[in-house]
Design a protein around this ligand. Structure first.
Ligand SMILES: NC(=O)c1ccc[n+]([C@@H]2O[C@H](COP(=O)([O-])OP(=O)(O)OC[C@H]3O[C@@H](n4cnc5c(N)ncnc54)[C@H](O)[C@@H]3O)[C@@H](O)[C@H]2O)c1
Length: 483
């Protein structure tokens, strides 16, 4: 089968070439071209915004009853599950992740659509009694054209996470995927079309972030931006949004702590700790990359982790190994650069030796790494690496653990491992993060509760009913009636 080209989709029309030509998406396990993609320029950016604008201002979505919208959203979720294998295989090859993680992405994306399909007809207003002779009510209306700028680590799921509540709220949408992983975004749009979403309601624009992403973010026809990505890019997107005074949701990076007390159930905790950092080769915003261990257990925990990590199998995501490759060779350069930093800041116990298996030689593979002896002030403990490097830091008291955990520019999530419920509850109150997991780190298909960061990890919340607010604005209607 030849290499396919991912088109732009604007107002329901597919364009297999954009004004900036065609780019390549590389399979990071093999180095081979997986697909080509059409690259948009200014012309297509303007066309996409105008199509989304028209869909929102005068299109059928706004005239549908909310439960009718809900039915289409539900159908989108069903179609995702029907195409589960196909989407997961493409996602695994495009991003490098193991198949079980790619299946999770599809299942979770379908859950987003089920969940927000059910919410579409429950977005009630309120009536406020302001006195005799007056009736006053408040309604929430869709905010308008919503731009979704997506990173490369969970390309399919992060589209679904933002687009499902945006559509439920009545918005029209433009999706700007990362250039590294454009493939499954097109599967997403095809499913939306097949489920009966009106033309122009969801538009797909691929291209360079710093040009096309920036043009979209600055475009006066865009009313709101949901950005998921790094802190420096998030800042640029906020500047672009400020140029026309529109709101943003920022889902940025992390350097999340996992706090392991000596009274924890170690047999259960060690695999959770390792899974919390090495999932998708460490390329997860909430990766628990700082392990704070009670000093009395430090050496035993390091030994157990060492044994666990050194047996992890690497391979192409499609073969469902323990760990796939990093997303690209360029990112591999960035991640391996931290081995030297780790050696200066502490001791790199595992990881520096790159894989020697010839079958991995063309891919962006690295081994999982374990760092000890580095303090929380060092670069290895403070910077988001976005690769499989775990830094272990000892603590003596619960207060010290909370202080170290909070001593970070980020505040996305934290994990606490203990069998003492009082200790767990006290820690959860002290931690300055958007989510605390006790005796776990990430749970299944968790679409119901809110997710987002404190500090440099961003603002606004994804998931749960709370997410819908980003895609609405409030209108108050006040009537004086004759008595
Ligand atoms: N908090 C979360 O929910 C969450 C989830 C996943 C990833 N992330 C973060 O994403 C980062 C990794 O992803 P990445 O490397 O793709 O991030 P990135 O910031 O490099 O890129 C993100 C997106 O922004 C686009 N972009 C780049 N420059 C732009 C500009 N000037 N204007 C508009 N758009 C622009 C890119 O093309 C891409 O689509 C990590 O920091 C990670 O923590 C956060």
């Amino acid at each position: 089968m030849g290499i396919t080209t991912i088109p732009l989709v604007i107002g329901g029309q597919t364009l297999s070439e954009g004004s900036e030509g065609v780019g390549e998406s590389i399979n990071p396990a093999t180095g081979a071209v997986l697909a080509n993609y059409a690259k948009a320029g200014e012309r297509e950016v303007n066309a996409a915004v105008s199509a989304a604008r028209q869909a929102f201002d005068t299109g059928p979505w706004g005239r549908m009853r909310p439960h009718e919208r809900g039915r289409i959203l539900h159908r989108i979720g069903e179609l995702m599950l029907e195409r589960r294998d196909e989407i997961a295989r493409l996602e695994s090859q495009d991003s490098g992740k193991p198949m079980r993680d790619a299946y999770w992405e599809v299942d979770c994306s379908a859950r987003f659509f089920e969940y927000y399909a059910g919410a579409a007809d429950k977005l009630h207003g309120t009536s406020i009694p302001i006195g005799p002779g007056w009736t006053d009510w408040t309604v929430q209306e869709g905010i308008g054209v919503s731009l979704h700028i997506i990173p490369w680590n969970y390309p399919f799921q992060l589209i679904a996470r933002g687009v499902a509540p945006a559509l439920a709220a009545g918005c029209s949408v433009i999706i700007k995927p990362a250039s590294e992983t454009p493939v499954t975004a097109y599967e997403f749009v095809k499913i939306c079309q097949e489920a009966g979403l009106p033309d122009g309601q969801v538009n797909l624009v691929n291209g360079r972030g710093s040009t096309v992403g920036d043009m979209l973010a600055r475009h006066p026809g865009v009313d709101q931006i949901t950005f998921t990505g790094s802190v420096p890019t998030g800042r640029r997107v906020q500047e672009a949004a400020a140029s026309h005074a529109i709101p943003t949701n920022m889902e940025l990076g992390g350097k999340s702590p996992q706090i392991l007390f000596s009274d924890a159930d170690m047999d259960s905790a060690i695999p959770i700790v390792a899974g919390g950092v090495f999932l998708h080769c460490g390329q997860v915003c909430n990766a628990g990359t700082r392990l704070l261990v009670e000093r009395s257990s430090h050496d035993a925990v390091v030994d157990k982790l060492h044994a666990h990590i050194k047996n992890m199998q690497l391979g192409a995501g499609i073969d469902d190994p323990d760990m796939g490759p990093l997303v690209s060779k360029a990112h591999k350069e960035d991640v391996t650069g931290y081995y030297e930093v780790a050696g200066q800041d502490g001791e790199l116990l595992l990881g520096a030796e790159l894989p020697t298996d010839p079958s991995l030689s063309d891919g962006a593979f690295v081994r999982p790494a374990l760092v000890v002896g580095a303090s929380n002030e060092t670069r290895i403990a403070r910077e988001e690496i976005f690769g499989p490097i775990l830094t272990v830091i000892p603590f003596d008291t619960a207060e010290e653990a909370a202080q170290i955990a909070n001593d970070s520019p980020f505040g996305l999530v934290a994990g606490v491992h203990t069998t003492n419920l009082d200790k767990a509850m006290n820690m959860s109150q002290q931690l300055r993060v958007g989510q605390v997991w006790i005796n776990s780190f990430g749970v299944g298909l968790d679409v119901e509760f809110p997710f987002g960061g404190y500090k440099l990890s961003g603002f606004g919340r994804e998931k749960g009913l709370e997410a819908i607010g980003a895609y609405q604005q409030t209108k108050n209607v006040c009537i004086r009636h004759t008595r």
